[in-house]
Ligand binder design. Structure first.
Ligand code: FAD
Length: 350
């Protein structure tokens, strides 16, 4: 195990903002993790587990230990004529796992193509896109408890998955390091293409015989049209979650703003409001300050044009939160993890 001091985090976060880690430990193997836990006394306050840094905003330097999970392996651990269990290590790039599966004809994961980040971070916020969430395919999450060094396996049911959340983001935050996930995929040719223009894109691509690979390619094309590539323009995808509000609140808003975009939820009495619509209506879409701004093609994406800081992005996020609260009485909650700030992250509305 190697410990590096005063390590540059700028290339390790998708916003590309400057930040330094007091101590940085790359973890390539399970033995590295064991050595790290045996050597260093960690607490919630001085440890941050880093994957690809695609959902993390550093608003300053990090005083403590950044552990970078770089475990890499993908293997099929069980296979029948209809189903397959695939185990992937936490440091594997998520899209690499998707491609591995679609190439082999394993379905269920194709709608999650091109989501940036690592396998180990995926359970944290139950990543989702185009009508599918990780919880739809997860079998189990393998972890190591940081305080004891003991292995613990979480069944899908015990992960408490919800909209962009899980037990690892809430009650067990920073208590377990995810080492692997196991997903269940199917071989039957069933697809979810009713969402977000997938069917239209497949038609435009001239696809006649549906395959997991074709759906994956359609989604890659759609995502490239809508979202900025962090390698070119710093961002972390959706900065805020879509807020859930009581139905009566939604009805009042709909009367005042007939163009309001909202979606039903599984929870009776709650409606999900489009955060992008709220931000656009509040006048922020395309807004640019010196170094940061709101993406002109998607109001939910805050971007870093270069030369700025995490604090500048956070200040813009606060401005958006304030205006949206004033106009709609809705508190926007960040989806992005903010390291070194005090944005509240437990209630979705007031
Ligand atoms: C352009 C763009 C588009 C995006 N689109 C989507 C989308 O469609 N859907 C979606 O859900 N998300 C999306 N995101 C957000 C992001 O891709 C996901 O949140 C992804 O899971 C982040 O992975 P990461 O490895 O980069 O996480 P990081 O930012 O490194 O970490 C995120 C959180 O996970 C924790 N963590 C990381 N690894 C581990 C581990 N091994 N054990 C325990 N905790 C760990 C970290 O401590 C942190 O709390 C997008 C981001 C970008 C930049």
């Amino acid at each position: 195990m190697q410990i590096l001091h005063h390590h540059n985090l700028q290339p390790l976060n998708s916003f590309g903002v400057p930040a330094w880690a007091e101590h940085y430990i790359p973890l390539y193997t399970i033995k590295d993790i064991a050595d790290f836990l045996a050597t260093i006394k960690v607490s919630n306050h001085n440890l941050f587990i880093l994957g690809g840094g695609n959902n993390t905003l550093f608003v300053g330097d990090f005083y403590g230990y950044i552990v970078h999970v770089l475990l890499r392996n993908i293997e099929v651990i069980e296979e029948t004529s209809s189903k397959v269990l695939v185990k992937a290590a936490a440091g594997v790039n998520w899209h690499e796992l998707v491609l591995f599966c679609v190439e082999k004809g394993y379905g269920g994961i194709e709608n999650l193509s091109l989501i940036p980040g690592t396998v180990g971070a995926a359970p944290l916020q139950n990543i989702g896109a185009y009508g599918v969430e990780l919880q739809d395919i997860i079998h189990s999450v393998e972890t190591i408890e940081l305080c004891s060094g003991k292995k613990r396996s979480f069944s899908a049911a015990s992960c408490a998955f919800g909209y962009r959340t899980s037990i690892f983001k809430t009650t067990l935050r920073n208590q377990y390091l995810i080492t692997d996930i196991v997903i269940t995929l199917h071989k039957e040719k069933k697809f979810c293409i009713t969402y977000g223009g997938i069917a239209e894109k497949l038609a435009a691509m001239g696809v006649k015989n549906l395959s997991f690979k074709a759906v994956s390619e359609a989604i890659i094309a759609l995502r490239k049209e809508k979202l900025p590539d962090p390698a070119i323009l710093g961002n972390a995808g959706s900065f805020f979650q879509n807020p859930w509000v009581p139905d009566n609140h939604y009805q009042l808003l709909k009367q005042a703003y007939p163009s309001l975009i909202a979606f039903p939820t599984h929870h009776q009495g709650l409606t999900k409001i489009s955060a992008a619509w709220l931000i656009e209506e509040a006048g922020f879409k395309g807004l640019r300050t010196a170094h940061v701004g709101v993406y002109d093609l998607h109001a939910l994406v805050l971007v870093h044009y270069g030369g700025g800081t995490g604090k500048e992005i956070l200040d813009l996020a606060h401005r958006i939160q304030q205006k949206v609260a004033d106009m709609f009485n809705i508190k926007l909650i960040p989806e992005v993890g903010i390291i070194g700030s005090h944005i509240p992250s437990t209630t979705a509305f007031f």
